[in-house]
Design a protein around this ligand. Structure first.
Ligand code: SDX
Length: 392
């Protein structure tokens, strides 16, 4: 025990901080943002309203939401210098490092929002929420060699992102309300998740006094790993590989169970959820609808559902309490919407941004917050004397 924190040898289940933002009961599959069940927010809220709730702690009154939406609309455009920044990346660059670099660069394009005073923090909050979709869409367009589209503030937050990603300056963009709503819900479901790897990274970097752009850029990099946010891309690659190999789902499950094969069932398992991830259940409902609308890869959805059934009927998975997590079905929806696999984790990052901001603000506002300094158990060699080169 060090101070008020007890470490176990695995460091796997260490209580690292106190937070009032998100509550998870992993055994029961419960997830609440500021006390509101995720199922109700997915059903009744919008992403911007949920972002307000996660960041400020309460559901906004009508005038508060209107003011927040207006403040965001006013900041969706990015400095023209940022366009040159994007154009320096090689075409085909993975959009996650581009996004991480873009968020870091946002801090250099603003001298009035990198401070610790309330005004600077509020301005940075608005700039990040407003510009993240623009950065993501610009990175995507640049990777395809297509012209950037300026944001259109007559559109909703999610519609703006859809049009900047898939639209062309040569023609109007056609929206499908069911698709826009599905994307809104997906962003709500990703908005925060307690002390996951990327949010803990944001808090650790922020604990040194680093500004919010640097802290969130670090969080984006942590999210890119295939064991974390990168899993949604890895799930689609897994489903495509099973399809291409021609092996049966049962044969694939046997491969996963063979520890020497070193294969994981991507989109399955979770450090906290030892039950069905409540987000996965909601996403699965939308997957059926979106794939029907957009003639998505139903063949891959069928494989995914067969995989889920096979795993949940197999002791190897149920004994280890391995269930589908948020990443298992989300990629199928994103793919049906027209996003390439490389963009899936960028969409996760857009959704998780309010949580990263809220956690960074919560920690910065805590007068007792101290710089993060994890301890270790030393497993190296005992003390010894220097050996001169001639004696080695
Ligand atoms: C996210 O923390 C968060 O909240 C994250 C997240 C968020 O919203 O921020 O929820 C988002 O990151 C979801 C997780 C996405 N990742 C994946 O889907 C990748 C596949 N999953 C695994 O890599 C794994 O389940 C983790 C990383 C998610 C959790 O790993 P843990 O908690 O360290 O579990 P573990 O590796 O100790 O596994 C325990 C056992 C092991 O077997 P044994 O050694 O006991 O024999 O379960 C096995 C593991 O081999 N196992 C799996 C498995 N996950 C764990 N076996 C096969 N397939 C898997 N997916």
């Amino acid at each position: 025990t060090t101070g008020n924190v007890t470490y176990d040898m695995g460091f796997a289940n260490t209580a690292s901080c106190q937070s009032a933002i998100t509550y998870i009961d992993g055994e029961k599959g419960v997830l609440r943002y500021r006390g509101y069940p995720i199922e109700q927010l997915a059903d009744k809220s919008t992403f911007l309203e949920t972002a307000y709730l996660v960041i400020y702690g309460e559901l906004p009154r009508p005038a508060e939401l209107a003011d927040f939406e207006e403040r965001i609309k006013r900041k969706t455009i990015i400095d023209e210098g940022m366009r040159k920044f994007f154009e320096t990346f090689p075409r085909g660059s993975h959009p996650m490092p581009v996004l991480a670099a873009g968020v870091q660069a946002l801090g250099t394009f603003s001298t009035t929002s990198i401070g610790d005073d309330p005004q600077s923090i509020e301005k940075a909050t608005e700039r990040l929420i407003a510009k993240m979709p623009t950065l993501a869409a610009y990175g995507y367009k640049n990777s395809r060699g297509e012209p950037f589209l300026y944001p259109d503030n007559a559109l909703s937050y999610v519609q703006n992102f859809e049009r900047m990603s898939f639209g062309y300056p040569t023609e109007p963009y056609h929206f499908e309300p069911e698709i826009t709503r599905a994307l809104d819900v997906l962003l709500i479901l990703h908005a925060d998740h307690e002390q996951n790897c990327s949010s803990s990274t944001v808090r650790l970097v922020g604990s040194s006094g680093a500004n919010i752009y640097a802290s969130i850029s670090a969080g984006i990099n942590a999210l890119s790993g295939p064991l974390h946010g990168g899993a949604n891309q890895a799930v689609l690659e897994m489903l495509e590989a099973i399809k291409a190999s021609g092996i049966s789902v049962k044969e694939y499950v046997q491969q996963v169970k063979d520890r020497n094969a070193g294969i994981k069932l991507m989109g399955f398992g979770h450090r906290i959820y030892k039950n069905y991830d409540p987000r996965a259940a909601i996403i699965k409902q939308h997957a059926d609808r979106v794939l029907a609308l957009k003639s998505g890869r139903r063949d891959l959805l069928d494989i995914a559902q067969e995989l889920e059934q096979a795993a949940l009927a197999d002791d190897y998975f149920t004994e280890r309490k391995l269930y589908p997590n948020v990443d298992f079905y989300s990629g199928l929806i994103y793919e049906a919407m027209g996003f390439p696999k490389e963009m899936f984790t960028v969409l996760f990052a857009i959704g998780r941004l309010p949580g990263w901001i809220a956690q960074w603000r919560e920690q910065r506002a805590d007068p007792n917050s101290r710089i993060g300094r994890p301890r270790q158990v030393y497993t190296g060699v005992p003390e010894r004397d220097y050996v001169p080169m001639d004696d080695r």
